[in-house]
Ligand binder design. Structure first.
Ligand code: FAD
Length: 427
């Protein structure tokens, strides 16, 4: 498979989401030197949710974004609201203790509640739907679901026939449904939250890239035209922050994932595919994820690539993946295709911490699972700024390990690792 770099511009990727955005944001560039309480860098869910939480607590906040609000992973993702952190917190018991595990598990529920409450509170129009299915291709997937269902009463196990009442595909041997997770149009949620923050007084700047940071007790960030100083700086650039902070760059591997959006499906096509309007993930490491949009297109995603590149012909590759799940859609028109980068951390747990000896805090590395967790992060970071570091400290205690292999070898090393997982997926 030939690979190429994503042709990003400073405007939104050519996604279904950009085409159906409720607002075209046009915030000013930073052109002078200003002082605020808190500076947030990066206008994705992490940065926007942090800004909302800080504004709600009465802080004077500036949010600064290289491109447009929601330009990164937050405005391009599968839109699936999935609770938890994608990684079992008990794997960190030795560092965060039993209480820490309990706190992280509860946050995995709270993150979804935050989204629900925020959409209601600020009346954000973002096509929210509840309902989620995880679907299995192997007996070991079903075994895992049975184990999880013992601990989590929200999981409703589905055998092969029952699952067909949700997803009409022959390839799955079973799955589960839960009604407390769901899906949204993510760009509209992100922009809606930014507008909520703006209404509470946040100063928002777009197309203003931070190129330098002054660390210390009163840190500052600098663009080529201006600067913002605060009592805290919070870095939320995640997979798109490149080498601005080498410490973080060493700990985040940007991986690419691709999505296609079909033309709107007819009633018959829906009956042959997405019988219920749920978000769906399969249980492989290199997973397919998909759902219907509000206007009944199938948004089908997958193809995680740890080289950070995308296949030259990714639309064709995604079409063939979709046709394996739903053969009846093999010739359907594809109206949109796009890709985005997600930050992968070594331990597949979001990395929340502080740059040593400074009031510069950071978050990165949700490892492909961030729509809901970013909202929890916003709360944890705002609590920390507000003097309550309990949950921040628990997250900070989980080791933030650099990717082995350094800048040159970490990508090939990870690509080999991913090939290993793909082989396991196939067994
Ligand atoms: C294709 C795809 C599908 C996904 N699907 C799902 C899904 O269905 N469910 C789910 O839970 N998760 C999903 N994810 C993961 C999820 O989207 C991310 O974890 C989440 O959006 C991360 O948000 P963020 O704000 O941390 O980063 P981003 O949304 O990437 O935002 C970072 C922002 O920082 C800005 N920035 C970077 N550097 C600078 C700088 N120097 N100065 C100023 N601004 C800067 C960037 O321009 C960018 O806008 C998916 C990811 C991708 C790519």
């Amino acid at each position: 498979m030939f690979l190429k770099a994503t042709a990003d511009t400073k405007e939104h990727a050519p996604s279904y989401y950009a085409a159906t955005a409720n607002w075209q944001t046009d915030y000013p560039q930073l052109e002078n030197d200003i002082d605020v309480d808190v500076v947030v860098v990066g206008g994705g869910f992490s940065g926007v949710a942090t800004t909302v939480e800080l504004c709600e607590r009465g802080y004077n906040v500036a949010l600064i974004e290289s491109n447009r609000i929601g330009w990164g992973a937050s405005g391009r993702n599968g839109g699936q609201i999935i609770g938890g952190y994608g990684q079992d917190p008990s794997a960190f018991r030795s560092t965060i203790g039993e209480e820490g595990v309990d706190v992280v598990e509860k946050m995995g529920v709270e993150c979804v509640e935050i989204i629900k409450a925020r959409i209601e509170k600020y009346n954000i129009d973002c096509d929210l739907k509840w309902g989620y299915c995880e679907v299995g291709l192997k007996k070991r997937h079903l075994k895992a679901y049975r184990e999880w269902a013992k601990e989590d009463s929200a999981i409703e196990l589905l055998n092969r026939d029952e699952l067909k009442g949700y997803i009409n595909s022959d390839i799955y041997i079973g799955g589960y449904y839960r009604k407390d997770w769901g899906h949204i149009q993510p760009l509209n949620l992100c922009i809606g939250e930014a507008r909520a923050a703006e209404s509470m007084g946040a100063k928002i700047f777009e197309q203003s890239e931070i190129i330098n940071i002054t660390y210390g007790d009163h840190p500052a960030v600098h663009t080529d035209k201006g600067s913002i100083k605060g009592n805290h700086v919070i870095l939320c650039g995640n997979a798109y922050m490149s080498n601005l902070v080498p410490y973080l760059d060493a700990r985040v591997l940007p991986a690419t994932s691709c999505i296609i959006a079909t033309e709107p499906l007819s009633r018959d096509q829906i009956a042959q595919t997405m019988v219920r309007d749920v978000a769906v993930c399969d249980s492989r490491t290199a997973l397919d994820y998909y759902r219907l949009s509000a206007d009944k297109r199938l948004l089908f995603g997958g193809l995680s690539n740890y080289s950070g590149l995308e296949p030259v012909n990714f639309e064709a590759v995604m079409r063939s993946k979709m046709a394996k799940v739903f053969p009846s859609l093999k010739d359907i028109r594809i109206d949109y295709s796009w890709s985005g980068k997600m930050g992968i951390s070594v331990r597949r747990m979001p990395q929340i911490g502080r740059i040593k000896g400074s009031n510069v805090l950071y978050i990165s590395g949700y490892s492909g699972h961030g729509v809901a967790p970013t909202h929890m992060t916003g709360r944890i970071l705002a609590e920390a700024v507000d003097g309550n570091t309990h949950r921040f400290d628990i997250m900070d205690k989980m080791f933030h390990m650099p990717w082995p292999g350094g800048k040159l070898l970490r990508r090939p090393a990870m690509a080999v690792g991913m090939m290993w997982y793909k082989t396991l997926d196939a067994l």
